[in-house]
Structure formats: C-alpha cells, structure tokens
Design a protein around this ligand. Structure first.
Ligand SMILES: Nc1nc2c([nH]c(=O)n2[C@H]2C[C@H](O)[C@@H](COP(=O)(O)OP(=O)(O)OP(=O)(O)O)O2)c(=O)[nH]1
Length: 138
C-alpha cells in the first residue's frame, strides 16, 4: 500500500483470547512479513472501520470465532515500526466467544501459558504486551 508523510501510524488491533489461564497465539504463515513468528490474532484497521469492528472481523477471518465488540476489553498497547512505518498496536482481552478457534490463516495455533509465551519467537513489538499479560496467565 502507498502511504505518505501525512499518514499517521499503522493501527493494528490484536486479541489476547484467554481460556483456562492460557492465551491463544498463532504462527504467521510463510510468505507474510515476519513469517514464522508467533503473534496475537488480529490485523490492520481498515479505512472507516472502528478498532473493535476490525478486530471482530479479523478474529472471524483468522480463527472462525464470533464475538461482539462488548466482549473486547482494552488491555494494553505498544508502539513500534512495521517495515518503514510507525506502528500502534492495541491489545484487547476477551474471555468469551462463540465457536472453536481454528488456524484458518496461520500455520499453527498454540494455547500458551506464560512460560510458553516467553519461549516462542514473537515480533519485537510484542515483548511489552507479553509482560502485561503475566497476571492473567498460568
Ligand atoms: N496481528 C498482529 N500483528 C502484529 C503483532 N505484532 C506485530 O508486530 N504485528 C505487526 C505485524 C504486521 O506488521 C502488522 C499486522 O499486519 P498483518 O499483515 O498481519 O495484518 P492483516 O491481517 O490486516 O494482513 P493483510 O490483510 O494486510 O495481509 O502488525 C501481533 O501480535 N499481532
């Protein structure tokens, strides 16, 4: 996508889906930027979309699960870069959704406890998000 100097940061929304004190992370598939790294499911907010609507859409596309915006609790954020562009990544927490998560776009899924999460290779921007999730995980 072409972007200009007037553009703000790239806004990415992601979810920490928590079940039994574990969080769902997915492996970015071959062919995508950061392939092979593990991430929280989510993606870019499209023009005209609210952050919550974008995340509800991404969770449906990537995992096949359904939830309403009200099920997304704002949790933490980080700033970083995505390629040459400033990145603002907003992490929400959800504990209730409908359906079973499947890797519809990722190469694999993992329900990770805190030690698992620390051992998985993740994008550098995710490090503070992992630390912020510590109290919620086994
Ligand atoms: N979903 C997600 N993206 C992350 C995380 N950490 C991190 O640095 N990112 C970055 C990677 C990408 O530069 C960007 C997300 O872009 P993406 O390409 O996955 O978004 P998308 O699903 O809308 O993908 P696409 O339609 O453009 O292919 O945010 C994370 O934990 N989850």
């Amino acid at each position: 996508m072409v972007h200009g100097a007037q553009d703000g940061p790239l806004i990415v929304v992601a979810a920490a889906l928590i079940r039994d004190d574990r969080v769902l992370v997915q492996e970015r598939p071959a062919g995508k930027a950061l392939a092979g790294l593990w991430e929280f499911p989510g993606g870019k907010v499209e023009a005209g979309e609210t952050c919550e609507a974008a995340l509800v859409r991404e969770l449906s596309e990537e995992l096949g699960i359904a939830l309403g915006s009200e099920a997304l609790a704002p949790h933490s954020f980080v700033t970083g870069t995505a390629g040459d562009r400033p990145l603002l990544l907003l992490l929400y927490v959800a504990t209730e959704w409908a359906g079973e998560a499947h890797a519809l776009e990722a190469s694999a899924l993992c329900w990770a406890n805190y030690a698992d999460l620390c051992a998985l290779p993740m994008p550098p921007a995710d490090v503070p998000l992992v630390a912020a999730l510590r109290p919620l995980l086994a």
